[in-house]
Design a protein around this ligand. Structure first.
Ligand SMILES: NC(=O)C1=CN([C@@H]2O[C@H](COP(=O)(O)OP(=O)(O)OC[C@H]3O[C@@H](n4cnc5c(N)ncnc54)[C@H](O)[C@@H]3O)[C@@H](O)[C@H]2O)C=CC1
Ligand SMILES: O=C(O)C1=N[C@H](C(=O)O)C[C@H](O)C1
Length: 234
């Protein structure tokens, strides 16, 4: 498969290594200054990991060009409906996910199951923490927002807020930035007696990159907008 990499930073470089190991070729490594539409020509699929400021512009260029896109960039949740309409109108193909790793996608399912169990035990207060490297631009992380959505639908908490303070009807998400942390997410249910905590820790970026290449292999010859849950059949 011929892959165009849109964004050639920490993730773009990791994806290149894993894609080549799986027998794919890289037709373009596109950085901020390049002519995107021209450079993706001839690729079977585009893998996009750029920045919250660039992602929408990239999606509006790539989707109408008719090349399937795998999008890992976070921080654009509020535009999801607009992008779903664009994919439909263009008869395009897209997989998006706040986190492409197998481990986190299993963790998403575990999180929903735990939230469902905790529905009957309001004496526990739910809170979350995410820890990432200091270069990360968005907070909370996209993964933390997906975890929040999994809890929200079960416990009826409609909002999240940054920090550690308790608030009625809102889940506290503590976003911590530390040198070189690849991505750690935890969900805790606490009261004065005890705590129940689940945690996922990424040791390297390889899980995110491998998941995005598997999603790229899966999306070619499909039409519509999908997430990693569809790719993994969860
Ligand atoms: N969904 C997932 O599994 C994961 C998502 N991410 C997300 O992916 C994004 C990128 O992460 P990293 O690679 O760590 O960031 P990074 O900052 O190392 O790399 C991003 C690269 O994109 C380039 N770029 C920015 N705008 C561009 C444009 N318009 N066209 C082409 N290139 C452009 C930048 O120059 C930079 O080199 C972030 O939003 C991050 O949250 C990161 C890891 C996993
Ligand atoms: O910026 C990162 O590095 C990561 N971003 C994603 C997120 O916002 O959830 C996924 C992963 O945690 C790494």
């Amino acid at each position: 498969m011929k892959i165009a990499l849109l964004g050639y930073g920490k993730m773009g470089k990791t994806i290149e290594r894993i894609a080549v190991e799986r027998g794919h070729s890289i037709t373009a490594r596109i950085g901020r200054q390049d002519d995107t539409v021209e450079n993706i020509k001839g690729a079977d699929v585009v893998i996009e990991f750029t920045s919250p400021e660039s992602v929408l512009d990239n999606l509006f260029k790539v989707i109408p060009a008719g090349i399937p896109i795998v999008c890992g960039t976070t921080g654009w949740n509020e535009y999801l409906t607009e992008i779903e309409e664009l994919v439909k109108k263009s008869q395009g193909s897209m997989v998006h996910a706040s986190n492409f790793s197998l481990g986190v996608n299993l963790f998403f399912e575990l999180n929903k199951k735990l939230a469902q169990m905790m529905q009957s035990f309001p004496e526990y207060e739910v809170s979350m923490q995410e820890i990432h490297h200091t270069e990360k631009k968005d907070a909370p992380s996209g993964t933390a927002i997906t975890l929040f959505e999994g809890i929200s639908e079960k416990l009826g908490k409609e909002k999240w807020h940054l920090g550690t303070q308790s608030e009625e009807d809102s889940i506290a998400i503590d976003a911590v930035r530390e040198e070189d942390v690849k991505g750690t997410h935890s969900v805790a249910y606490k009261n004065d007696i005890d705590s129940i905590e689940i945690i996922h820790k990424a040791n390297t970026r390889d899980g995110f990159a491998l998941g995005s290449v598997i999603a790229a292999e899966w999306i070619v010859n499909k039409k519509g907008i999908f997430t990693m849950k569809d790719v993994l059949g969860l």
